[in-house]
Design a protein around this ligand. Sequence first.
Ligand code: ATP
Length: 309
Amino acid sequence: MPLLHYPAGVRVRVPAKVNLHLGVGGVRPDGYHELNTVFQAVDLVDEVIAYPARHLEISISGPHADEVPADSRNLAWRAASLLAERAQVAPHVRLEIAKAIPVAGGMAGGSADAAATLVACAELWQTSSSRPELAQLAAELGSDVAFCLLGGTALGTGRGEILAPVLSTGTFWWVLALADYGLSTPAVYAEFDRLNQSSSKGIPQDAAGSPDALFDALRAGDTRGLAQTLNNDLQPAAVSLAPALRRTLAAGGELGALAGIVSGSGPTCAFLTSSQRSATRLAAALTAEDVCRSTRVASGPASGARIVR
Ligand code: ATP
């Protein structure tokens, strides 16, 4: 009986993401925007522990845990249900989610938990699912789930779920400025559409390709080169919905970040720094300026969802 293998549960650690480049194209017939994005996983992590149980149940801990549904609306719940259905096992598991990734922060927190759940439940239930099979389920669950499973640095196309690993050397140091509020991803895309419809340019049907300079900087481990190529097409929309982000981004620049960008749909801001030491200094300075709820120092690229023993 496989469940007896894990009376103490299966513990999986999963990273958050930042988008180094987020090119947004037109709306597809399925309602999603066409994306061309470069993800980097950073070591700000959630942990999901899967325990043997008689039902499917979820508990959540960490800051803002009360804002996360502990029922079938939780992406982790949907991940467990989907895997159980495909593997033809009963969806019996108790999932304990320890959240450090900000909720509705533009860092793929829900997607990360879904990816971790796939890995944890596959092991708990001994489904013998291969990594490509889990990646297929991840892509069905949501745009960012497949990347949270893969980790590292990757180019994402389609709605972000078609992934190709990108060569990256060295370690990049980030300061993440967390807000005390969330932004809804659909609301940010709706604002993106509104802003672009009212501009003379309109939205290009295809998301513009990522700049070669970005890939060159990643390959060379060149932090300053990377700083010059960060781009997020959603940033004007996020700033339009949350104008306080202007102050946060400006403060990061004034306090020595090489570059600052809204992470995905926001409101977390990600500042690139030249070293761990500069990151620690910038994090303290941003906290003192009172331009965000809290800061985290994180490095990337980090590994995707993986079992920790
Ligand atoms: P993304 O960067 O992928 O657009 P996000 O990081 O901005 O997403 P999430 O933290 O994934 O946003 O949460 C968005 C909403 O999804 C939350 O407000 C919450 O109601 C719901 N949700 C469902 N499952 C989870 C989960 N496991 N963790 C966090 N939020 C979840």
